[in-house]
Design a protein around this ligand. Structure first.
Ligand SMILES: Cc1cc2nc3c(=O)[nH]c(=O)nc-3n(C[C@H](O)[C@H](O)[C@H](O)COP(=O)(O)OP(=O)(O)OC[C@H]3O[C@@H](n4cnc5c(N)ncnc54)[C@H](O)[C@@H]3O)c2cc1C
Length: 826
């Protein structure tokens, strides 16, 4: 029995094996992979999954992970047998709404670099002859999609890793961890105890159980998903013919998918009721049929602990739907089926990275086979280099705040993710439940004013206010089309324009913020950020946190309130976790988001409203731009920062939650004579876009450096060393390859974001849009976009595809609104 390992991986499914392979390739070979089942048909989800790999996803990250998986598996083989059948994939539309979605998806594929084409019903039937072309509007064909052989791929990667020194141990269950000083010291298994430097949990549906043994919360939910295999289907092929020649087929209007298995079809359905399973109730047992390569049918899944008995009553309607699309199925029957277990999460994304609770306990959970090699590579890079090679912000375990670890939340939201897995979801669509979850002190007032709420990270956020309907009168308003304008109302545009004429109150409570204080606070912030923060108390600084690679990990706003006290406006809980991780005992990092609230008081009349209420001088000379002051607004103690994301004169006014309503009422009453009104996120987003303020996560992320993103002004390399400085300086030695630029869409079409950008004549995309919308003050449709540096110069003419139509666009100087900042500095 092994006695020690640098890294112990729990689980030899496709994710564990892929990570071990990539660690070995990175030179980390003192790795032990332990599985309770036999190697490599362990009885986990990888052992029974049919292996469909559809790459295109609204999430760029998931698409990146999938394209790498295709690349990796295509290059792999086991004893001369392939690990990937590149038969292509077709998603069909039986409704108009789905067809529109496929047109958008074609754009997403182009944006993320996946070759894809829309094809007509006849062409779909030519490729998949069992299909009735009368039933469909057409399909999206991705020639590089295909069928993965998960167990074979796992075994092939394991063999390669073994050759480099990695060890694999089957039939050995992990039963506990010895943890002291917040670190796992050793792992207890049925075969003995193993001393470790770190642990990676790739235990699939057993993940929460393994996490619980270490005191780590892994917010995932095992649910059953139905998959059946038919008997022979007339005309499909021979029982001893090739396993698969037909493309994979997705019929998302019925939440179904299909794949060929010799003369049969594998049929999957997400149409049924949600069938959650408690991870704690899962048996740990190894399957019978030990170690066999799991087939895509053929009954070898029976008895696997990750498989539950098939419930035929849940498959009745899906089978009828399948027969309607593929009429030949009427002459076949369902030979066997299962309710297989897999994981769902609150937002449909994987759960990756170091845990909050135990420093050396890592997690790679809720990963589909489609993304498994990509995840394995990213995890190996993260463990080996301290940083994954691609931006994992959307999959980082630390994106979840405390509430999102509750079983109530995880169960509810994972069930919703299951129901919506194949639905057409609008990027702004708020979850139906649980709501309202997080409300600030202004909520009651906002409801009284007829706020229309959307949701972000549990927070209720007014998008616009019915009370502002009179503002629409007499204005010329451009409305986006049905998709980009799903949550648009003319009031959004009216709030936007009126805020530039008068003054508005924006609820900024949901923006994450932390108090960083103590003897070491300045040093911590100086070490982690790019701008000079060693300034007198009272200064506010926009600065960046870089990754080791020199990419932008976050942008933050730091207000120095005293020698040892800073208020930091962040992008979310990951940033606060990052600050905490680097803080020593001389510094305290406290998340103050929930206990405080914020009103952005912005507009040309903002000073007229604030001055009579404030007990400090708020004149331009007395309270300058990018400065902070503690003052009272009436009785309310407020930290006021003179800055604005919307490009107008004004302040962010912070107070503790119990004073929030009083602050709101005082400003509303005082502002009445100046025409004050509450404005929502819709107006905020449009104003921000016009002003060119980048939103981290939407416009730039860790793959981009400050120069490319137009944020070089926030970097002061001469201030001394900071994380990412050297890497950034090295990047500066080479000319930038791409840049973030502002596009004006010349025909006025309003976009949504993530659309592909082309040259005037080129076929393939050269870039993609990020934030997009209508500038209701400047009267132009705008989009930010990543394009090759040589195309990012003002005046360059490009094209943007939206619903598969190309719209002319021109690169314009950025920002398009108030470039000399005169409105904010008066
Ligand atoms: C019916 C069905 C169809 C699917 N179809 C597809 C598809 O077509 N395409 C796709 O991309 N995805 C599909 N999936 C999802 C996919 O199967 C999973 O997401 C993926 O296999 C998860 O891989 P994994 O390595 O994380 O987990 P697993 O393969 O489950 O591996 C986890 C391993 O951890 C081991 N383990 C657990 N606890 C312990 C312990 N205490 N000690 C030691 N070892 C332990 C288990 O034995 C297991 O081998 C499907 C899922 C189902 C249920």
């Amino acid at each position: 029995m092994e006695s020690s390992a640098r890294i112990l991986i729990v689980g030899a499914g496709v994710v564990g094996c892929s990570t071990a392979y990539h660690l070995a390739r990175a030179g980390i070979t003192d790795v032990l992979v332990v599985d309770q089942g036999p190697l490599f048909g362990t009885g986990g989800s990888s052992s029974h999954a049919p292996g469909l790999v559809f790459q295109t996803n609204a999430s760029q990250l998931l698409t990146q992970l999938a394209t790498y998986t295709v690349e990796r598996f295509s290059a792999a083989e086991l004893d001369g047998r392939p690990c990937f059948h590149q038969v292509g994939g077709i998603e069909v539309a039986t409704t108009r709404q789905r067809w529109d979605d496929l047109r958008r998806k074609r754009g997403l594929a182009a944006s993320w670099g996946v070759p894809a084409e829309l094809i007509g019903p006849r062409e779909v039937a030519d490729r998949f002859p069992q299909l009735d072309p009368e039933r469909i509007h057409g399909g999206l064909h991705v020639p590089t999609d295909g069928i993965a052989k998960p167990v074979r791929a796992a075994a092939a990667m394991a063999r390669d890793a073994e050759a480099r020194g990695v060890r694999f141990l089957g039939d050995t269950e992990v039963i506990g961890f010895d943890i002291t000083g917040g670190r796992v010291r050793s792992v207890r298994t049925t075969g003995g105890e193993i001393a470790v430097d770190s642990v990676l949990c790739c235990a699939g549906v057993w993940g929460p159980k393994i996490g619980a043994l270490a005191g780590v919360s892994i917010p995932v939910q095992p649910v059953a998903h139905q998959y059946a295999v038919t008997g022979p289907v007339p005309g499909l092929g021979a029982a001893d013919g090739p396993e698969v020649g037909l493309p994979l087929l997705r019929h998302q209007d019925a939440s179904m998918y299909f794949r060929q298995i010799h003369d049969r079809l594998g049929v999957g359905s997400y149409q049924h009721r949600v069938m959650p399973v408690r991870a704690a109730d899962l048996p740990p047992t190894a399957p019978p049929g030990r170690g066999a390569e799991a087939p895509s049918g053929g009954g070898a899944w029976k008895g696997m602990a990750s498989v539950q008995p098939f419930t035929p009553q849940d498959f009745k309607q899906p089978w009828d739907d399948a027969c309607e699309l593929l009429p030949g199925l009427r002459r076949a029957e369902i030979a066997e089926g299962m309710n297989g277990l897999m994981l769902f999460t609150a937002d449909g994304m994987p759960v990756l990275g170091p845990s909050r609770e135990v420093a050396n306990f890592w997690v790679a959970e809720a990963v589909w086979i489609t993304h498994s090699a990509g995840v394995g590579r990213a995890m190996a890079e993260w463990i080996a280099d301290g940083e994954p090679g691609i931006d994992l912000r959307a999959a980082d375990l630390r994106r979840f705040e405390e509430f999102a670890h509750s079983s109530a939340y995880v169960t509810e939201r994972a069930a919703q993710s299951f129901r919506e897995v194949y639905d057409v979801i609008h990027p702004q669509q708020p979850p139906a439940r649980p709501r309202p979850l997080r409300t600030g002190p202004f909520h009651e007032r906002q409801e009284q004013l007829g706020a229309v709420f959307l949701e972000a990270n549990g927070w209720e956020r007014p998008h616009w206010y019915r009370s502002n309907e009179p503002l629409v009168r007499g204005r010329e308003i451009v409305s986006p089309g049905p998709w980009a304008g799903r949550y648009f109302d003319p009031v959004v545009a009216a709030e936007h324009q009126a805020a530039r004429e008068r003054v508005a109150m924006f609820d900024m409570t949901s923006l994450a913020r932390a108090e960083v204080s103590g003897r070491g606070a300045l040093d911590l912030l100086q070490r982690l950020t790019t701008n000079q923060l060693d300034r007198e108390p009272g200064y506010v600084t926009y600065t960046l946190m870089l990754a080791h690679t020199g990419g932008i990990r976050a942008d933050i706003t730091v207000a120095r309130l005293s020698e040892t006290e800073f208020q930091v406006g962040c992008n979310g809980p990951r940033d606060i976790a990052w600050l905490r991780r680097h803080a020593d005992e001389t510094t305290s990092v406290r998340d103050i988001t929930g206990g405080t609230c914020c009103i952005g008081l912005w507009g040309p009349r903002a000073r007229d409203v604030l001055a009579p209420l404030a007990d400090e001088d708020v004149s331009h000379e007395g309270f300058r731009f990018f400065r902070a002051k503690r003052l009272h607004v009436g009785e309310v103690p407020v930290t006021a920062l003179r800055l604005s994301y919307v490009g107008e004169l004004g302040w962010e006014l912070y107070t503790s939650a119990e004073f929030g309503r009083r602050l709101w009422d005082l400003l509303a009453a005082q502002g009445a004579e100046h025409g004050i009104f509450p404005a929502g996120r819709g107006a905020f987003n449009g104003m921000r876009l016009e002003k060119g303020y980048r939103a981290w996560g939407a416009d730039m992320w860790s793959e981009h450096d400050p120069d490319e993103a137009g944020l070089a002004f926030a970097v002061k390399p001469d201030k001394g060393d900071f994380l990412g400085r050297d890497a950034l300086l090295r990047r500066r030695e080479r000319p930038a390859r791409r840049r973030l630029c502002c596009l004006r869409i010349d025909d006025g079409e309003v976009l949504m974001g993530a659309e592909p950008v082309h040259t005037e004549t080129g076929r393939d995309a050269v870039g993609f849009t990020t934030s997009a919308g209508y500038g209701h003050s400047v009267g132009a449709s705008l989009a930010y976009a990543w394009v090759p540096a040589e195309l990012a110069e003002p005046g360059a003419r490009l094209r943007v595809s939206y619903f598969d139509r190309r719209h002319p666009a021109t690169v314009v100087a950025d920002p398009v609104f108030d470039p000399d900042m005169s409105r904010m500095r008066r």
